[in-house]
Design a protein around this ligand. Structure first.
Ligand SMILES: C[S@@+](CC[C@H](N)C(=O)[O-])C[C@H]1O[C@@H](n2cnc3c(N)ncnc32)[C@H](O)[C@@H]1O
Length: 285
């Protein structure tokens, strides 16, 4: 599919610009979102979008993202390119179905592997907190693929919360995924010494959230923290993030023992900017 879009883009924009477009394309259900490269005019993207709609019959709507994810809800500014002027769709991932609105709720198919990777680490009976749950993707995929006792799933965005409620029903994980609307940095304080795993999938608040996540951990458990790093290469990015969190842990009195059991580059998010995840095991003092 990506190859087909690449060919269409090559025909319309030429090889050099086509390369920019296909690497910045996200497909969410029957909607395509093209991150607008600065060197390509919106009118050229409109022609490309029309052509994509003609050739890809399942595709119904094409939008340009004209900003990166921004603000506390992490939303991109969108400009309509072609097809239906609709931003709501059904997005499928790992056999689960999610109702989302790309204009109102954060959604990234680029996190797909992370969603299932974390779900595979969960052991039966775990209590989990997902601090920044969005429309519920991590939480629902965990509930469907593992056997957690509950996944407390917090988001501050009213729309994300509303879609999460609907997605819990759609995927029949009521009573396991527990949705909460509000500020995770405050709500997590209710769960001191309570859970075996915490997810922090919001790099902008990760370092602030981390000590709170530590306090929520029962005797021992895992924290998956997503962070950004500006670095010359991937190895440097991994080392930078690991150093930051080792320092945060080693200066924290709540931790008796720890190990960083996993670290990986989730994706590139710009020139020399990477998203990194650390899987941290901690034993409480
Ligand atoms: C990167 S998105 C999460 C993506 C989601 N985990 C997924 O896999 O699709 C970050 C989310 O954090 C939410 N958020 C931002 N600040 C928050 C806060 N203080 N408390 C709770 N949620 C917050 C945003 O509304 C957004 O939905």
């Amino acid at each position: 599919m990506v190859r087909l879009v690449r060919e269409i883009a090559k025909e319309i924009l030429g090889e050099e610009k086509a390369n920019l477009v296909w690497s910045s394309l996200d497909i969410v259900g029957d909607i395509a979102v093209i991150r607008k490269p600065p060197s390509i005019e919106i009118e050229d993207l409109m022609i490309l979008a029309e052509e994509m709609l003609k050739k890809l019959k399942w595709l119904k709507s094409v939008w340009a993202a004209i900003s990166p994810s921004e603000g506390s809800y992490r939303l991109r500014r969108l400009e309509w390119l072609a097809g239906e002027k609709r931003t709501e769709t059904l997005y499928r991932e790992h056999g689960c179905v999610f109702k989302v609105d790309i204009a109102r709720v954060y959604i990234s198919p680029r996190l797909s592997y992370e969603h299932i990777r974390i779900a595979r680490l969960v052991k039966p009976g775990e209590n989990i907190i997902n601090m920044f749950a969005g429309a519920g993707l991590f939480s629902i995929i965990i509930a469907r693929f593992a056997k957690p006792a509950r996944v407390i799933s917090i988001d501050i965005n009213e729309d994300a919360y509303r879609f999460m409620l609907e997605n819990i029903e759609l995927n029949k994980v009521q009573g396991i995924v527990i949705p909460i609307k509000g500020d995770a940095l405050e709500i997590i304080d209710r769960y001191s010494n309570n859970v075996q795993r915490v997810l922090i999938p919001l790099p902008e608040l990760a370092l602030k959230a981390f000590p709170k996540a530590l306090r929520a951990i029962d005797r021992e458990g895992y924290i998956h923290v997503y962070e950004f790093a500006k670095a010359r290469n991937k190895l440097e990015a991994l080392e930078q993030v690991e150093k930051t969190y080792r320092e945060a842990i080693e200066s924290n009195r709540d931790v008796a023992k720890y190990s960083i059991e996993g670290r990986r580059i989730v994706r590139s998010v710009g020139p020399r900017k990477y998203q990194v995840v650390l899987d941290v095991w901690v034993k409480r003092s």
